[in-house]
Design a protein around this ligand. Structure first.
Ligand code: FPP
Length: 234
């Protein structure tokens, strides 16, 4: 890709796994399995392209409402891919989980903490994986942290600003996503990075996530390059 600006940070809503499976008369979890392979490949590709951060939406605070066997299947996949997909011994990525870990079982929670700790000092691309994530929940969590600090006298009301607020979100110290990509034809934000996407471009694509390829990401980046971003100016 010549003369193309690679975004610093993109957010990806991995959607369409269920429909992909249904089209093939397969159980929904087969769609998630293929989706997990695509996640692994696209994360590597984002790194190869030289991005600073990529955020994948894998499981929302609302997804617990799905049938138990689907939730169980997803938890199994997360465990497998947290070890396999990041291959954090080999690659220089910093891995951060966005969301409240308390909802996961102890094994998964400990694995998430271990991966975060072991990669915390890395200077390579950040991979954010949103698990049990909801943007409203994230904002409420930030408000509570700030309120506690004010109550304890560690922060004054005057200290509350857009910058200090951002520093209490799960994405603290990271650039905001320049674009949010949603495959599968749905055109919704679904409680994803609501604060951080204030100036993001939205790119929707018809391809279902398990069919998503590196070429589709190239096409999304090319589309992003055509957009004229003015940040409220002229
Ligand atoms: C949305 O598609 C997808 C999910 C709720 C799960 C996303 C999970 C993965 C891509 C696989 C696992 C990821 C990792 C990090 C190992 P949907 O099920 O809502 O699809 P539908 O709208 O077609 O039903």
């Amino acid at each position: 890709m010549e003369n193309i600006t690679i975004p610093k940070h993109i957010g990806i809503i991995m959607d369409g796994n269920g429909r992909w499976a249904k089209k093939r008369m397969l159980p929904r979890n087969m769609g998630h399995k293929k989706g997990a392979e695509v996640f692994k490949d696209i994360a590597r590709y984002c790194d190869d392209l030289g991005m600073e951060a990529v955020t994948f939406y894998a499981f929302s605070t609302e997804n617990w409402k799905r049938p138990q066997d689907e939730v169980d299947g997803l938890m199994k996949l997360f465990k497998q891919y947290l070890i396999d997909a990041f291959d954090y011994e080999k690659y220089n990525n910093r891995i951060i989980f966005l969301g409240d870990k308390a909802a996961f079982n102890e094994e998964l929670r400990n694995l998430m903490l271990e991966i975060e700790e072991k990669t915390a000092e890395r200077d390579g691309m950040i991979i954010n994986l949103a698990l049990n994530y909801g943007s409203r929940d994230e904002i409420v969590h930030a408000c509570k942290e700030i309120a506690e600090k004010v109550k304890a006298g560690d922060m004054s009301v005057e200290d509350i600003s857009e910058e200090s607020f951002s520093a209490h979100l799960y994405t603290k110290n990271q650039p905001d996503p320049e674009f949010i990509l949603r495959p599968s034809g749905e055109k919704r934000i679904s409680n994803f990075l609501l604060w951080q996407c204030a100036y993001s471009e939205f790119i929707y694509m018809d391809v279902l996530w398990p069919d998503f390829t590196r070429k589709d990401l190239d096409a999304a980046i090319a589309e992003f390059n055509k957009r004229n971003r003015r940040f409220g100016g002229v």
